[in-house]
Design a protein around this ligand. Structure first.
Ligand code: ATP
Ligand code: FE
Length: 368
């Protein structure tokens, strides 16, 4: 059996053809990141237009590379939630046309479920396992109990860590920094932080008084912005000029984000242990999303998993960010389980907001 996966939920147009065992037969990805980097953020109508321009070519290229014809496909799987409405709409519209033309079943995919399950494509991880998803659009902790059975333990109350890193990088004008050209905000700050002293700016770790697993990064961004403003005055430079202490600010910001993520993850692990929600044999924490490629953050999480006896797994960077492969894999998982497979002529709509699984974030709070 063969599945075509299509992803357009945010700013990547991705497609992949996969066989039943998870082998990628062909894939193609068109990233809009450079365009959005120039405008300092994603403008939904621009993202929509770029998806519209590229989707047919991206899908065709993935199909060509796989050597599979539409007639040989068993199903088409496409992200329909959550994400930017205008972006989701393009992928869904294209996919429905495709399945109707070729009379193939359609499998709607939840983007965050796909991120969470990607790891199973690479190695046989049994349910249940704990997942930390950290990206530009999300920050959440969940227990994966089955391919479509999740418990949401904690989520972002304001912005996601990747968003914070991107905004701080923009405030620091890192695109003008000679070492950071072409890098995302998170990558730029990680690079500069290596030569920085985090103790120069001791930011407060967010939500110290909140005994749950939710995340908050907006307050930290305020603290960082205030420090940047003050340093601009101290150094007597214009707002947005590259500061001499930029490495120290990068190191302190990254460190505080790592601490916050590690503390929330530790609490989630303790909660799951107390409620016997994790297997005693080889319990696992999966970390994914663009921010998961950060080595400093990963090290902080490793300290937590080492002390609590979990193994930490993180898919390779290309599979942590948005791509068609993870959508095809989620399609394969659903096809194998016979779940969520729709006939080609069924009406389907996209859902920009779609929480992951059953929300028990309030219970996690009570348990502490
Ligand atoms: P989502 O997947 O939630 O829809 P997204 O498309 O913005 O959102 P990803 O593509 O998974 O998310 O990741 C991009 C984010 O990851 C950016 O915010 C970027 O700054 C961040 N990022 C990338 N590399 C690193 C790194 N090495 N350290 C920290 N953050 C990073
Ligand atoms: Fe994503």
């Amino acid at each position: 059996r063969l599945v075509l996966g299509i992803e357009t939920s945010c700013d990547d147009t991705g497609a992949a053809v996969m066989d039943e065992t998870g082998v990628v037969l062909g894939e193609f990805l068109h990233s809009q990141k450079e365009v959005h980097l120039k405008t300092g953020g994603i403008i939904p109508t621009v993202a929509q237009q770029l998806h519209r321009e590229h989707i047919a070519h991206v899908v065709q290229e993935a199909m060509n590379r796989s050597g599979v014809t539409p007639g040989q496909l068993s199903a088409v799987a496409t992200t329909i939630m959550p994400g930017l409405a205008l972006s989701l709409g393009i992928g869904l519209h294209f996919s429905l046309q495709f399945v109707r033309q070729h009379r193939k079943p359609f499998i709607p995919i939840h983007h965050m479920e796909a991120h969470a399950l990607t790891v199973r494509m690479l190695q046989p991880i049994e349910f249940p396992f704990l997942v930390l998803l950290i990206s530009g659009g999300h920050s959440l902790l969940a227990l994966a109990r089955g391919i479509d059975d999740f418990l949401l333990l904690g989520q972002a109350l304001d912005e996601a860590p990747g968003d914070t890193l991107d905004k701080v990088a923009r405030r620091l004008s890192l695109t003008k920094h000679p070492r950071c050209s072409g890098l995302s905000g998170g990558q730029a700050l990680e690079l500069l932080a290596r030569d920085g002293d985090r103790s120069k700016f001791p930011f407060k770790t967010p939500m110290g008084q909140h005994y749950d697993c939710n995340f908050s990064f907006a307050g930290l961004r305020n603290q960082v912005n205030m420090v940047i403003k003050k340093q601009e005055q101290v150094e007597g430079v214009e707002p947005g000029a590259v500061l001499s202490c930029v490495n120290d600010i990068a190191a302190a910001t990254q460190h505080t984000i790592a601490c916050h993520l590690a503390k929330r993850t530790h609490r989630a692990i303790m909660f799951c242990k107390a409620k016997a929600l994790l297997p005693t044999n080889n319990p696992t924490l999966v970390v994914s999303g663009g921010v998961a490629s950060n080595q400093y953050i990963r090290k902080a999480l490793t300290v937590i998993t080492d002390t609590t006896g979990l193994q930490l797994l993180c898919p390779p960077a290309a599979l942590c960010t948005d791509n068609g492969v993870m959508i095809a894999w989620n399609g394969v998982e659903r096809l194998r389980a016979g779940r969520g497979i729709l006939p080609f002529d069924q009406e389907v709509s996209y859902e920009p907001k779609a929480p992951l699984g059953v929300d028990i974030t309030a219970d996690v709070k009570e348990a502490n």
